[in-house]
Design a protein around this ligand. Structure first.
Ligand SMILES: [Zn+2]
Length: 250
């Protein structure tokens, strides 16, 4: 990140979040209830900075209420609570659709040389240096059912963290306490186990979508870290322990 961006961000005073708005958010989801008091205070400060540094816009006819922006900022800040302020660097925009949204995609198959184009229906998307794009309906479902194994903001924030070091490859910028080799070995072993189970037609705890790529595996297990950590610890203890060290600094 350039010094100019750092300076601009540093000059941005945090938004003041009214007590009533903050209390309403905390009451809206059990996700926030299990935070320790110190973490809840840190989350409020980090959410206030997020609101100051990111611009929110609506798309697809969505009416973006201040409470939506506050909830999204808090969910995104939860992902980076123990990762330091630079974890939110490199992008500035959040775009919110009312529900699922369509994007036009071109896919080039390197083996056959065939280019196919089609519509994908998405609930979230993260562009390198570009916006974080979300379906409000899915964010609202995550707030209402925070421990069902899905969390679209945690998923897209994992992609944003992955992109921080420049390459989307399932390996985010790591704290000193986690060696790059250790991360890759644990994630690759989990990925391989999931791929074998899916190939054998087994029902898997981890969504088979995670076998798309190393970056999707990181994003899907990140969702589970926030929305069903006990389930993840049973299914993939080493991956769960690594994510706890990464996200919680433990
Ligand atoms: Zn993804």
């Amino acid at each position: 990140m350039g010094w100019l961006t750092r300076l601009r961000d540093a000059l941005q005073p945090p938004v003041r979040i009214a007590d009533a708005d903050w209390d309403a958010l905390l009451a809206s989801s059990a996700l926030f209830a299990r935070l320790r008091d110190a973490d809840r205070d840190a989350l409020r400060a980090s959410t206030a900075l997020f609101l100051a540094r990111k611009s929110f816009s609506a798309a697809g006819g969505h009416v973006l209420e201040p409470a939506h922006a506050l909830a999204i900022a808090a969910l995104a800040s939860l992902s980076v609570l123990h990762l330091g302020r630079d974890a939110l660097a490199g992008w500035h925009e959040v775009i919110v659709y009312p529900g699922e949204f369509r994007v036009r995609r071109e896919h080039h198959d390197e083996h056959s040389g065939v280019v196919t184009e089609g519509d994908d229906v998405l609930i979230g998307e993260a562009w390198e240096r570009g916006p974080l794009i979300l379906s409000w309906a899915d964010v609202a479902t995550d707030l209402a059912h925070p421990f069902d194994g899905f969390n679209v903001v945690a998923h897209e924030m994992a992609h944003k963290l992955d992109l921080l070091d420049g390459a989307m490859n399932g390996v985010p910028a790591l704290p000193r306490s986690i060696a790059r080799r250790e991360w890759i070995d644990a994630m690759q072993a989990g990925f391989d186990r999931l791929e074998r189970a899916v190939a054998r037609g087994r029902d898997t705890f981890i969504d088979p979508y995670a076998t798309e790529s190393a970056e999707e595996y990181f994003a899907v297990v990140s969702e589970l870290h926030f929305s069903d950590p006990a389930g993840l610890a049973r299914a993939e203890p080493a991956v769960a322990a690594l994510l706890a060290r990464y996200y919680d600094g433990g």
